[in-house]
Design a protein around this ligand. Structure first.
Ligand code: ATP
Ligand code: MG
Length: 458
């Protein structure tokens, strides 16, 4: 039989379906993989749903991990791949607009598909390749529409996160949001405050990482959704400029609905950045958040500390660059070089490189970034200077604290630390070669100078 919506990932996973079927159970591919196969996109991961209970699943395969037994999910390891196998279930009554009170395992696929959020996510593919599409997901994918399974108000009231998921899917796939769903979002948006920040954050991050994050940004602003998070996000991030209600047929993210507070050109340029954290930094810069505000936002969104500080550092580079923008434009100025070196050393080369990528994309889109537009020519010069810096951290210096202490006859301590920083500035800017003898000589002369002026105290 022909399998029109098949994919090699499904072919690989077929033995798992077959093992379940051979034992007398129903087993199908479900969720995102079916949606992506129907839409002709490459699959990320292949999820399986089955009538077999989790215990049965664990007994049928040699290698399993009980990853989410409470929800009926067992991870099956098969031929070097891992698959989430989830028992058909219905969600019990929802508590607090965010989670079912309990799940009930059931024997039929139909009930399992009914609990899913959107028509495109509520389809299944059987081992023989047949598509099970009870709610019109196929047609909605053809029409490029995100539509709730059943009554939109009810679905968003059960789990308010689905409102953000609707925006995320529409944004990433370039779909529109069914008007029924959009109106229900506007009516139910306050319920988002029942949802854990990390769940919201995960959806926003996927949106930012996907194609066309500008589309989602426009919807988020137009819907006012982010004004209702449990922990407040900065007003400028969450608040629409104008009223939230949007009328008309299906809603699409054209510039006409843009109430995000960010100029459309700036938003569209986001897509040209490869890394999601560059995109986050660009959004914060476009919204003119300070480094502290950016950090606060990411902390509330439960971002990992490392990503938070990396993104904050990019905003800091921008602050430094904005302060010296005029100098940077008048390229040859020595102050400009010194200012850039100190910005790079205080924020780190990675942050400087990330800021350059962001600033470059915005310069090419002819769009001011956080009120500062540097010309491509000025940016090229900064790029060249960054690339030419022989070292940007103390670790990369050709001398260490012990070398210094030995040469200067002092103990390694705060003073050697200060000297290393001074040597780093000299070496990074090219004033002194990053070579042992040259650096030691410089340290010696700095130390002598200090002893000669009154500041030497001990
Ligand atoms: P992605 O490709 O981004 O992973 P996905 O559709 O696989 O998208 P998941 O969050 O991995 O999204 O969820 C897998 C499936 O589980 C969905 O396709 C959907 O059928 C169902 N699902 C997930 N979250 C919800 C929810 N909050 N409410 C209802 N159904 C959901
Ligand atoms: Mg998935």
């Amino acid at each position: 039989m022909a399998k029109p919506y098949w994919d090699h990932e499904m072919e690989r996973a077929l033995p798992v379906l077959q093992t379940l079927q051979d034992a007398g159970h129903e087993a199908v591919f479900v969720g995102g993989c079916v949606r992506d196969a129907v839409a002709g996109r490459p699959l990320k991961d292949v999820d399986i749903a089955t009538s077999a209970t989790p215990d049965t699943v664990m007994s049928l395969f040699d290698r399993t991990v009980p990853t989410g037994l409470a929800h009926g999910t067992v991870t099956v390891l098969s031929e070097g791949e891992s698959y989430e196998v989830t028992t058909f279930r219905t969600d019990g009554d929802y508590e607090d607009h965010r989670r079912p009170a309990g799940v009930e395992f059931i024997a039929d696929l139909e009930g399992d598909l009914l609990r899913r959020d959107f028509t495109m996510n509520a389809m299944a593919i059987r081992a023989d390749g047949t598509l099970v599409d009870l709610y019109g997901g196929f047609e909605d994918i053809g029409r490029r529409i995100v539509r709730c399974v059943g009554d939109a108000d009810a679905r968003f009231q059960e789990d308010a996160l689905r409102m953000v998921r609707a925006v995320r899917f529409a944004s990433t796939f370039g779909y529109s949001i069914a008007i029924s769903a959009w109106r229900a979002i506007i009516r139910n948006r306050e319920l988002l405050n029942h949802v854990a920040m990390e769940r919201i954050s995960a959806e926003l991050d996927k949106m930012m990482d996907g194609a066309g994050p500008h589309r989602g940004a426009v919807w988020l602003a137009a819907s006012g959704l982010l004004q209702h998070t449990r922990e407040p996000l900065p007003a400028v991030f969450a608040a629409p400029k104008r009223g939230g209600a949007v009328d008309g047929s299906e809603v699409d993210a054209s510039g006409s609905n843009n109430s995000s507070g960010i100029p459309p050109l700036t938003l569209e340029a986001l897509e040209r950045l490869q890394h999601r954290d560059d995109r986050w930094a660009a959004v914060f810069l476009a919204l003119r958040l300070t480094p502290d505000e950016a950090e606060e936002t990411l902390t509330r969104l439960r971002f990992p500390v490392r990503r938070t500080s990396a993104i904050r550092a990019v905003v800091r580079v921008h602050e430094a660059a904005a302060a010296h923008a005029a100098n940077f434009e008048a390229a040859a100025q020595p102050d400009a070089a010194a200012a850039w070196v100190s910005a790079v050393l205080s924020t780190g080369a990675d942050a400087a490189a990330a800021w350059l990528r962001v600033a470059r994309v915005f310069a090419e889109a002819d769009s001011a970034l956080g009120g500062t537009a540097l010309s491509p020519r000025a940016l090229s010069l900064l790029e060249e200077r960054l690339a030419a810096m022989p070292c940007t951290t103390v670790r990369e210096l050709a001398v260490g604290g012990t070398d210094l202490a030995e040469r200067l006859g002092m103990k390694p301590g705060p003073r050697t630390g200060q000297l290393l920083q001074a040597l780093l500035r000299a070496a990074a800017s090219g004033e002194t070669p990053n070579e042992r003898e040259a650096l030691l000589a410089l340290a010696q002369s700095m130390e002598e100078e200090r002893m000669n002026d009154g500041s030497y105290t001990s």
